[in-house]
Design a protein around this ligand. Structure first.
Ligand code: ZN
Ligand code: ZN
Length: 406
């Protein structure tokens, strides 16, 4: 019979030998009786999110293990950064990363970051978002500090326009030029939008007040690094699965929404180290009555890796293990997967290309020799896969795969 699939992603879980943990990994050191018990009931192993040694971003790795060939479908950071800012992206949209910058009356860049403006950018973004030029709509959303996202939507948009950001101060902003035939309309509309936005921004109360206080006004949007959102087959259609996702961070929620998955929202799903893991898992389990596939992302472990804090990572792993013990030990007719999207070693403070531990548990999944869930013990297990192998593997184990041949 067909089984449902529950995929738990402990973000950035994988690690390396840490000197302050006597050269063991946080996952080796953490007390994880529940994950170890699960490991002894299934198949364990290692997964290369993209390929051996490739340092995956959270976006490229999630795309890969959800079954999309990342080198074919990843359009560059621009559009995925827009997702990370919580912007809704549609296939065909062109997204830019932007700075709020300060220009003078001749459009000469005085400060590329508007004094690293910290407050008021939400109001500024709202004031210029939604402007339409020649049938092309421009959507703006604030990011952290001086950063923002800009989406160009509609017939005739193009990512083949030259950079507006001169990448230095004391020179005029660049008027965008088309980089290929057909991109003229997009380049013209972008320039017209930026000039109109400038008129609005320079008179905006947030900027008038900044000038009164002697601070550089955020009076120009400097877009760069455009990327076009790919036209991907929705996840549910691709695998014939009704799918839902639970995540806290905007990037993961954005990717799941972009792939047509139902994203379940709850104020307890924060995407920080304070996230309520029990709430996430106990929300996921009953969802399996209505959905064939549920993914849960826990960001906290990745944060500890970026902070270079192995003790915190150990504690967060132990919290995850307790939450798993409370909610996921006795699922029936479910293929349960626990893995990571990439390694975030505390010694590196960023993502590395080390493979991640993975375990797959279900009634009749082969039980291998592995009885503990950590990067070293799982190597005694039977799995050695790449991210793009995960969905076919799960389709098989959930008895949903189509036979190839007679
Ligand atoms: Zn990640
Ligand atoms: Zn990360």
């Amino acid at each position: 019979m067909e089984r449902r699939i529950l995929l738990i992603v402990l973000d950035g879980l994988g690690d390396r030998a840490n000197p302050s943990l006597r050269y063991r990994t946080p996952l080796q050191v953490a007390r994880t009786p529940n994950m170890d018990a699960l490991a002894s009931r299934g198949s364990c192993g290692l997964m290369d999110p993209i390929a051996p040694g490739v340092r995956a971003g959270s976006d490229t790795s999630h795309l890969a293990f959800l079954g999309y060939e990342p080198y074919e479908v990843y359009p560059g950071r621009g559009s995925f950064e827009a997702l990370g800012m919580g912007m809704e992206l549609k296939p065909g949209d062109v997204a830019f990363r932007c700075n709020f910058a300060t220009v003078d009356e001749n459009l000469v860049v005085k400060d590329r970051r508007a004094g690293r403006i910290k407050e008021g950018t939400a109001e500024l973004a709202r004031a210029v978002s939604g402007i339409e030029v020649d049938g092309i709509k421009f959507i703006v959303k604030e990011g952290v500090e001086h950063r923002a996202g800009l989406i160009m939507r509609g017939e005739g948009v193009s990512e083949r326009v030259s950079d507006v950001d001169p990448h230095e101060e004391g020179v005029r902003v660049n008027k965008p030029r088309p980089l290929e035939p057909g991109a003229e309309r997009a380049a013209d509309a972008l320039w017209e939008f930026l000039l109109r936005a400038h008129e609005i921004l320079k008179e905006h109360p947030v900027n008038l007040e900044r000038e009164e206080r002697g601070l550089p006004p955020a009076n120009f949007l400097l877009p760069r690094g455009p990327g076009r959102a790919p036209d991907l087959q929705p996840f549910g259609e691709k695998w014939d699965l009704k799918a839902a996702a639970i995540a806290g961070v905007p990037l993961i929620k954005g990717i799941c929404r972009f792939l047509g998955m139902e994203v379940i929202e709850d104020p307890r799903f924060t995407g920080g180290v304070d996230t309520d893991m029990v709430a996430k898992f106990s929300t996921a389990v009953p969802l399996l009555e209505r959905y064939d596939f549920v993914m849960v992302n826990i960001k906290a472990t990745d944060i500890a890796g970026h902070d270079g804090n192995p003790e915190m990572k150990v504690k967060l792993i132990e919290r995850a293990d307790e939450a798993i013990g409370e909610t996921l030990m006795d699922l029936s007719d479910v293929v349960l997967v626990i893995t990571a999207d990439h390694s975030t070693p505390c010694t590196v403070r960023d993502h590395s290309g080390d493979p991640v531990p993975i375990m797959i548990i279900s009634e009749d999944v082969r039980r291998d020799e592995c009885t503990a869930f950590d990067e070293i013990s799982v190597a005694r297990g039977t799995l050695r896969i790449r991210g793009t192998d995960l969905m076919p593997t799960l389709m098989n184990l959930s008895n949903r795969a189509e036979k190839f041949g007679a």
